[in-house]
Design a protein around this ligand. Structure first.
Ligand code: F0G
Length: 405
């Protein structure tokens, strides 16, 4: 296995500490060698590992290690037992959007409450493997919480760059709790990321431009398909911010199809918040290059990103799966979030963009009520409690206004 540039196909040693191609500057990806095991034997092996008590086998990421880089030993893997999250069927939500077979893959039910843990276990294992003493990231909150936790496990320092005043208290509290050093940057996530990259800090970078992160994140799809007994859904819907997650899902579909584990790919639908939707604009316009949104704004602070770094990888994922990209308003997100709560599931605002997107697609007649749909919830309801309380207060104020003369 090695690293390969997504643009010019230049290759690099797997463990070389590079984030971009030295020749053309584009992003790198891990090139997984052909897996020479019969698909049904693999499926059997992965199920068997669920009954083991070894750290690697218990992890819902490392259980699928035939498709992961590194060949790390049991002792080298930095894990918190991530993955193994349920697929929950929609009830009121399914009725609300008018889709009979709707379920939620809740990645918010991971150790630090978001999907980032799936990527962080692989990123941190690699950081440790190459001898890093400190790790760093910019974040809208979840990456920093996850990185801080895994860094604490690995015994390395964590340094996080955050957009000042624009992330939830709960996520900030997590980074503090896990002992990260925090640098607040004025502006958006994009400014925080630029500041970090320009800092010259001697840290191993763990944003999703790090290809090892995406390798871990792609296992969400392996686990999802396993839970569906390898029956392929018609649509998989995911919120899009920096577009690492959408990219990793596309990679999973490519690799699983190539290895004969599935016969076709679901259509990947990426949903952005209207105030931070450069990828949706790129897709709608058919433009060749992404135009960043200079001042992204949305109540879904996790996806308040104007210059998504992985847009080329995500576009490949959307195109390869005959998928599409859309955006929804903050009001639509808030309404969908409340509905997911009423279903007893709950999620953070960014995750609810998926359900909001589905409702819009149904109302426009772009998706059939008989379709089999999986919405990916990326963060736990407790990730943004201020949002819940202020929405509740607004609803109560509106109700009072109606009854008062
Ligand atoms: N949902 C949640 C809850 C997130 O935290 C993020 C990204 C996304 C969706 C979007 O995923 O960036 O891979 O397209 N959060 C990052 C962070 C940026 O710093 O925590 P993406």
């Amino acid at each position: 296995m090695h690293l390969r540039c997504i643009q010019c196909a230049a290759t690099f040693d797997l463990h070389e500490r590079v984030l971009a191609c030295g020749d053309c500057g584009d992003l790198l990806e891990v090139l997984i060698s052909d897996v020479a095991i019969d698909p049904s034997d693999l499926k059997h092996l992965w199920l068997e590992r669920r009954m083991s008590n070894s750290g690697r086998n218990r992890s819902g990421v490392w259980r699928f290690r035939e498709f992961l880089p590194g060949d790390y030993s049991e002792q080298q893997v930095v894990t918190l037992g991530e993955g193994n999250v349920p697929l929950v069927s929609g009830k009121k939500t399914a009725e609300w959007v008018g889709i009979k077979d709707l379920s939620f893959k809740h990645l918010g039910w991971n150790p630090t409450g978001s999907f980032k843990d799936l990527g962080m276990t692989v990123g941190m294992t690699e950081a440790k493997f190459v001898g890093a003493k400190a790790v760093g990231c910019a974040s809208t909150g979840n990456t920093s919480a996850s990185m801080a936790a895994y860094a604490a496990r690995a015994g390395v320092k964590a340094k996080v760059y955050l957009p000042a005043g624009k992330l939830s208290h709960n996520k900030l509290a997590q980074a503090l709790d896990f002992g990260a050093e925090i640098i607040q940057v004025e502006g958006s996530f994009d400014h925080a990321l630029d500041t970090m990259l320009a800092s010259g800090d001697d840290v191993y970078f763990l944003n999703s431009i790090n290809p090892f992160r995406l390798e871990g994140q792609k296992t969400a799809i392996f686990e999802l398909l396993e839970q569906l007994n390898w029956k392929v859904p018609d649509y998989v819907v995911v919120p899009g911010g920096n577009l690492g997650n959408s990219s990793s899902f596309g990679k999973a579909f490519e690799e699983l199809t190539a290895a004969g584990l599935i016969e076709r790919s679901p259509r990947l639908v990426v949903v952005q918040a209207a105030g931070a939707s450069p990828f949706s604009k790129l897709y709608q316009s058919g433009a060749k290059e992404l135009t960043p949104t200079e001042h992204p704004e949305t109540v879904a602070t996790a996806i308040r990103i104007g210059n998504p770094r992985s847009w080329k990888k995500a576009l490949r994922a959307v195109r390869n799966t005959d998928g599409f990209v859309m955006d929804v308003t903050d009001e639509e997100i808030a309404e969908a979030k409340a509905m997911i709560g009423r279903d007893g599931i709950g999620c953070e605002p960014a995750s609810a963009a998926t359900l909001a997107g589905l409702r819009k697609l149904r109302s426009q007649g772009r998706i059939d009520s008989e379709s089999m749909v999986v919405a990916v919830l990326t963060g736990h309801a407790l990730k943004d409690t201020d949002f819940i309380i202020s929405s509740q207060q607004r609803t109560e104020a509106a109700a009072l206004a109606e009854v008062q003369p």
